[in-house]
Design a protein around this ligand. Structure first.
Ligand SMILES: [Fe+2]
Ligand SMILES: [Fe+2]
Length: 265
């Protein structure tokens, strides 16, 4: 049996502080074989910098996934090209910076980490379903099986559930990201895929998706796109830990990690 930890979008300095404080303990506590962290909001809420990427990697991430905010810092585009541990969604059209999947060997197991982005209420990029097919056909269908772990960065619950069932029997885990609010629907699908609609957010939970509450309320009420800044205060980590049979690729359990804003420690 092998284990993977996946951590939800790290938002700004409070998110990085929570990650640095809690992730090493979680990796040790669960004896995790692979750790994946979504870092798309690490640089003050918008994208990544080389420094914030390094802080996430030094906290224990083996692979850093991302999403729609990955393009925010132009100076980071060269890092996307040079550093194999940072992924952007794989289903952007060809010839954009970076890559969307990584095959790595860790603790005698081959892992295929794939980052995809949804299209419902998001940019109409290439098809995430067929993009997975192409990647899996080329790199995932091996014996012994590669353990395929997917971060599906998407807005729509329906599209995320569709992806879960589409990947069931090929991928071992489909973890939703992007909406920043952890969902309570973690479950094992019929053919062994560990599924959750959203693994949550690493940052200030008593906030609006990790950002300053008043600014977000003003944006909603006044319909003016005021610049959002990160919420300040107590921060914590959210994500999942999944147990997988490395011989069959089937997941055995999926458990949520972290606290919600309303729950006491
Ligand atoms: Fe995000
Ligand atoms: Fe996002």
């Amino acid at each position: 049996m092998v284990k993977t930890i996946m951590i939800g979008d790290v938002v700004g300095e409070p998110g990085l502080i929570a990650l640095e404080r809690e992730l090493p303990f979680l990796i040790h506590k669960y004896n995790a074989d692979l750790t994946v962290v979504n870092g798309e909001n690490a640089a003050d809420g918008f994208g990544l910098t080389e420094q914030t990427l390094n802080r996430i990697l030094q906290s224990g991430a083996d692979v850093v996934t991302s999403g729609n905010h990955i393009w925010e810092k132009r100076e980071f585009w060269s890092v996307l090209e040079d550093n194999k541990q940072i992924l952007r969604p794989a289903n952007y059209p060809q010839n954009v910076p970076g890559r969307g999947w990584l095959k790595i060997r860790k603790n005698n197991v081959y892992w295929l980490v794939v980052n995809l982005q949804g299209r419902d209420k998001m940019k109409s990029i290439d098809c995430p379903f067929r993009t997975f097919d192409t990647i899996f056909m080329a790199h995932g269908d091996t014996n012994p099986p590669v353990i395929a772990v997917v971060d599906f960065h998407a807005e729509s619950t329906q599209e995320k559930e569709a992806m879960g069932f589409y990947l069931d029997s090929r991928a071992s885990v489909m973890a939703g990201t992007h909406t920043h609010v952890q969902t309570a629907d973690n479950r094992i699908l019929p053919r062994g895929l560990a599924y959750i609609t959203d693994i949550g957010m690493t940052g200030v939970q008593d906030s609006i998706i990790g950002m300053d509450t008043q600014i977000c309320v003003d944006r909603a009420v006044k319909q003016v796109p005021y610049h959002m800044t990160c919420a300040l205060g107590e921060s914590s980590i959210q994500g999942i830990v999944v147990e997988i049979n490395e011989n069959t690729g089937k997941s055995l359990s999926i458990k949520r990690i972290g606290h919600t804003a309303s729950e006491p420690d």
